[in-house]
Design a protein around this ligand. Structure first.
Ligand code: UDX
Length: 417
């Protein structure tokens, strides 16, 4: 928003985070975002605070960008951060303004928050609410924000629609869908569920391929030439993770059940189960290569982030596999270009290395579990000279199987002969 020319004040209750951001230090790994942060600070258009009072006095538009993680005690989304933000902000809203929800929420949340806002805000009905989900991908967050493929506006007043259209005008003209609160909320969970389903579909095909020694990579390629199917999100491997897809399909299902239409989304339970089985398959392949037991086996794990170009380890398939390997007695050494600090904090029981080569040195099995470019470009000949045994599991189906086999490696990958 500061890049588009607006005056922006960012608020967080985490004092340390706010201090770092105000000093130009980005607390997460996200391509291109550090430069935008520093531009914003230098231009004077971007600042940070921990004060709701200051934010309320400052803004005409207030974006709510809070996390809605999976509840500690079930599959539903935990909206407590969002509720707390509205409760803290609303009592300071004394003049007309627009509060805009960006978070991924159970359908019905916007309606509840709109009522809460009007109850608590001194501006009363002058404090309007809109729901405007974001669709950004980690690693491409800046690109997806500045060049979105669509904008969805859930609004109840013409004024809210005008304000948001005007606000997004500098983005050019991406398609804009104007709709009600419930539909806007559903778009996000429906989109993520579709993507998760596509990944699990090809991973289910991988299970079939494994039963008959067929090749899921060739199968996926053949499917992808049909424009109606397409090739995106049809990449087989150890499945999806992250802070969005896994918890969103679970929360979507939980909400459907509350609404009495659980049967409509029952298939998402299978999407989730297929995804979990892919992690187990990676462990199975490693165990096979180790000769049937991982007890005391030195194993290299390349990748800890849930996807490349991110330091996010939330529900990371790579870390889940690393933990399962360690659970079977393997001596695991993990390397990741960006997520090592986060991984160490979350899984102190695992071993860590300072490079891919260091992790693989002496390893009897090496697993590539996050497809960082650093790993896909690894030289099988060079790595073969340091590894204990030339056994590789290509958990993301990104290596050139022939090149690795030629270099003397036993190459295994999910869904491939
Ligand atoms: C996702 C949605 O793509 C985005 O639109 C939404 O706003 C937030 O959630 P993100 O969590 O950043 O974005 O990751 P995404 O690129 O969707 O990948 C999710 C997971 O699926 C990763 O673990 C990735 O490795 C895996 N994946 C993706 C596959 O296993 N196969 C594929 O073909 C694509």
């Amino acid at each position: 928003m500061a890049e588009l020319g607006y005056e922006v004040l960012g608020l967080d209750i985490d004092v340390d985070k706010v201090r770092r951001l105000a000093g130009g230090d980005l607390p997460i790994h996200e391509n291109g975002l550090g430069a935008l942060l520093r531009n914003g600070l230098e231009s004077g258009r971007l600042g940070f605070t921990t004060s709701f009072e200051e934010a309320a006095a400052f803004g005409d538009v207030h974006f709510l960008c809070l996390g809605t993680p999976q509840s500690a005690d079930g599959h539903a989304a935990d909206t407590s951060q969002l509720d707390a933000a509205v409760d803290a902000l609303a009592p300071h809203l004394v003049r007309p303004c627009l509060v805009v929800g960006k978070s991924t929420v159970p359908v019905g949340t916007a309606d509840r928050l709109a009522r809460r806002l009007q109850e608590l805000a001194p501006a009363g009905t002058g404090a309007d609410l809109a729901w405007n989900p974001e669709f950004l991908r980690e690693g491409f967050a800046v690109e997806d924000t500045l060049r979105p493929d669509r904008i969805v506006l859930g609004v109840r007043t013409a004024q809210a629609e005008r304000t948001l259209r005007e606000l997004y005008r500098p983005l050019g003209g991406p398609p804009c869908v104007v709709t009600d609160f419930a539909t806007a909320e559903l778009v996000k969970t429906a989109a993520n569920s579709f993507l998760a389903t596509k990944i699990s579909y090809i991973n289910a095909m991988a299970e079939l391929c494994e039963a008959v020694d067929a090749d899921v990579v060739a199968l996926a390629e053949a499917l992808s030439h049909d424009d109606r199917i397409g090739k995106r999100f049809l990449h087989p491997g150890i499945g999806f993770g992250g802070g969005c897809l896994p918890k969103d399909i679970r929360a979507f299902r939980a909400r459907a059940e509350e609404l009495g239409v659980g049967h409509a989304l029952a298939f998402l339970g299978e999407v989730d189960a297929i995804n979990t089985r892919r992690r187990e398959r990676a462990v199975e392949l490693a165990r096979d290569l180790a000769g049937g037991s991982l007890e005391n086996c030195p194993v290299a794990v390349l990748g800890a982030a849930f996807k490349p170009d991110s330091d996010d380890i939330r529900d990371s398939p790579a870390l889940a596999v690393a933990k399962a390997l360690a659970g079977e007695g393997a001596r695991v050494s993990v390397y990741d270009p960006a997520a090592l600090d986060n991984a160490r904090k979350s899984c102190p029981e695992l071993g860590y290395a300072g490079s891919a080569v260091e992790a693989a040195t002496g390893a009897r099995v090496t697993l590539l579990l996050t497809e960082w470019a650093d790993f896909t470009g690894l030289d099988p000949v060079a790595l073969g000279t340091v590894s204990g045994e030339r056994n590789i599991v290509d958990g993301r189906n990104v290596l050139d199987a022939a090149a690795w086999r030629t270099a003397g490696w036993n190459y295994r990958a999910p869904g491939r002969p």
